[in-house]
Design a protein around this ligand. Structure first.
Ligand SMILES: [Mg+2]
Length: 292
């Protein structure tokens, strides 16, 4: 199924359509092995400019405002420097207002709608402008760049795209259309760190702020995400949370917040090793692959 269409990954994987998560895993493993042979860190290879990155946290939709406020209070006490609230119709203005009233205007706050609205909700979403949000993420259907551009015309809050951006080409189109004024880059979503770097570069060249999202990575992916989050265009805190946000036990030494930041791994490759014992315990199947 080769075609002339531009693909999201490098040439070696261009023949495989879709399967971005699998391609990202394979490409990262090869990149890690290659960089280890040079003794170079992924952060250095990608062009990182920071030794630590500020950590934000994503807070899901909760059964009640009270439980949401308790969660946010706990994350702020942990040191997280930015709060992201998931929103949907029926759970948007009230939770945002409640968090603002309880924790003040100074808390960096943003929302993620995960494609839960339509353009008919534009006037409703415009009411979010009153709360001084950093951005509203993916309010409309994934891939609807035209709709997001129409919405952005009516919102003061920057629209940020996530699911809609599959590669650097999409990102360039979205920016040219003014469909987004911030970019969430997730290496697993775009097929790997090489394409993620290109997404970053396109946005950075246009002065559009970038931040690194998360897809529930173990320490293995978290380490690599921190390298990406240290690039110069990543000027907004990412969802690069501590391991404890999602895992009671990680496959690597856990990433721990210090003063609201996580360290960018400095060692060769992704800079961390899987711990043999938990890796063995959590492995469900094995297959050996050999280069031909
Ligand atoms: Mg998102």
């Amino acid at each position: 199924s080769w075609s002339g269409e531009q693909k999201s990954s490098g040439p070696a994987l261009a023949g495989v359509k879709g399967h971005e998560l699998a391609k990202a895993a394979l490409e990262t493993a090869v990149l890690d092995a290659e960089l280890r042979s040079y003794g170079m860190s992924l952060a250095t290879y990608l062009g990182a400019v920071r030794e630590r990155v500020p950590a934000g946290v994503s807070v899901g939709i909760r059964p009640s405002i009270g439980e949401l406020l308790d969660d946010v209070e706990g994350y702020l006490a942990d040191g997280y420097v930015r709060i992201k609230l998931k929103i949907e119709p029926g759970w948007d203005l009230e939770p945002v207002r409640a968090v603002r009233e309880r924790f003040g205007e100074a808390v960096p706050l943003q929302v993620d709608a995960n494609a839960a609205y339509t353009l008919a909700d534009a006037e409703h979403l415009r009411r979010l402008d009153a709360f001084g949000l950093l951005l509203v993420e993916e309010p409309l259907a994934g891939g609807d760049l035209y709709g997001h551009a129409r919405l952005q015309q009516r919102l003061a809050t920057p629209v940020c795209l996530d699911e809609s951006l599959h590669n650097a080409r999409d990102t360039a189109s979205a920016i040219a259309l003014d469909a987004c004024r911030a970019v969430n880059v997730k290496p697993a979503r775009v097929g790997g760190y090489l394409e993620a770097r290109r997404v970053h570069d396109v946005a950075y060249a246009h002065g559009v702020p970038v931040w690194c999202g998360g897809m529930l990575e173990t320490g293995i992916g978290r380490a690599a995400n921190l390298a990406l989050a240290a690039l110069p265009g990543c000027t907004l805190p990412g969802d690069t949370s501590a391991s404890a946000r999602y895992f009671a036990e990680d496959l690597t030494e856990p990433f721990v917040l210090t003063d609201g930041h996580l360290p960018v791994p400095k060692g060769p490759g992704i800079g961390v090793h899987p711990l043999p014992e938990p890796l063995h315990r959590f492995t469900t199947s094995r297959r050996a692959l050999y280069a031909t």
